[in-house]
Design a protein around this ligand. Structure first.
Ligand code: ASP
Length: 313
């Protein structure tokens, strides 16, 4: 016991790391959101000149990966991408050995996505450079929650008191977990909605004040924000759900969107599967900010990287 306690003490996560929303406080969250407002990828600023940003991706990614890369480059950092396929990871190199290798190559910061919860934290405890979590298994996806909050604030005055409906595969979603923590810390009210297989009751213990409803209508009624989640087919492992049943009961359709506030925003972290968790009409409707989320992701990640490296201005 004593021994493991010592190891914990010695191995604090490297300074500047962003491992999740759960351990941030409201002030830190609002600070990052404020910083993102000053970032404009169209007006590059060399805040990270001379820095090497390593992007280490063990899972597929389109938005997160390219947006961290563009964010780093628009601040004049050098970036190198390492994918699990085609690298020594395929040869069985351990996560920590890969991390030490990247550090030896001169990495100043590592952005990592990994199928296992806690992988970025493990790296951060063994490295002396900041580690940024770009999604770890079913745990957290902090940059997504931050860019979503940033996007909401472009349309609403404050996050406090907002009614947020999170609809879909909550159980397997790291996006939901980070959004739930963020909402609790800034005072937004969250209603979770999904079938029991994808949303067990225990989800309400994640944060105070969480509600669950099993009907999409109840979830979206009066909502300011509807956050739609993809059914994480790659993480279902044995969970049997009928997709037809799912779409009937939980698909976000125009008639369901109409139950929300008139100025409600429809969000989705992507990738969207049209015709499953939402209809094509909803994806493209005027209230949908799905494309804007992607755009805002670059400013948000500029803020995250510059803060992590102590170069935020
Ligand atoms: N892109 C998000 C993630 O990596 C959401 C999703 O894949 O459904 O978690």
């Amino acid at each position: 016991m004593h021994h493991s306690h010592c190891i914990e003490e010695m191995n604090k996560p490297a300074r500047g790391s962003l491992l999740g929303i759960e351990h941030l406080d409201g002030g830190e969250i609002l600070g990052l959101l404020k910083l993102a407002r000053r970032m404009n990828p169209m007006k590059p600023r060399p805040l990270l000149r001379g820095k090497r940003v390593l992007l280490l991706f063990y899972e597929p990614s389109t938005r997160t990966r390219s947006s961290f890369e563009i964010a780093a480059k628009s601040m004049a950092a050098m970036t190198t991408l390492v994918l699990s396929s085609g690298s020594s990871i395929e040869k069985g190199e351990s996560l920590l050995d890969t991390a030490y290798t990247l550090r030896a190559l001169g990495a100043d910061l590592i952005v990592v996505r990994h199928p296992l919860a806690g992988a970025p934290a493990l790296m951060a405890r063994h490295l002396d450079i900041p580690v940024v979590n770009a999604g770890d298994g079913m745990h957290e996806h902090p940059s997504q929650a931050l860019l979503d909050a940033y996007t909401i604030l472009r349309h609403k005055k404050t996050l406090k008191g907002l009614q947020v409906a999170i609809v879909g595969d909550v159980y397997h979603s790291r996006v939901a977990r980070s959004a739930i923590h963020l909402s609790a810390k800034v005072g937004a009210r969250v209603t979770l909605c999904g079938p029991p297989e994808l949303l067990p009751e225990v989800a309400t213990t994640l944060a105070p004040g969480l509600h669950i409803t099993r009907t999409a209508e109840d979830a979206v009624r009066g909502a300011d924000v509807i956050m739609v989640l993809r059914v994480q087919k790659e993480r279902l492992a044995g969970v049997k759900i009928s997709l037809q049943n799912y779409t009937e009961r939980y698909q976000v359709t125009m008639s369901r969107v109409k139950l929300a506030k008139r100025d409600a925003m429809v969000m989705h972290p992507g990738p969207i599967i049209r015709g499953l968790e939402l209809t094509s009409e909803v994806a493209d409707c005027p209230q949908s900010v799905i494309v804007e989320e992607v755009r805002n992701g670059v400013s948000m990640r500029m803020a995250i990287l510059s803060k992590a490296l102590g170069r935020a201005r």
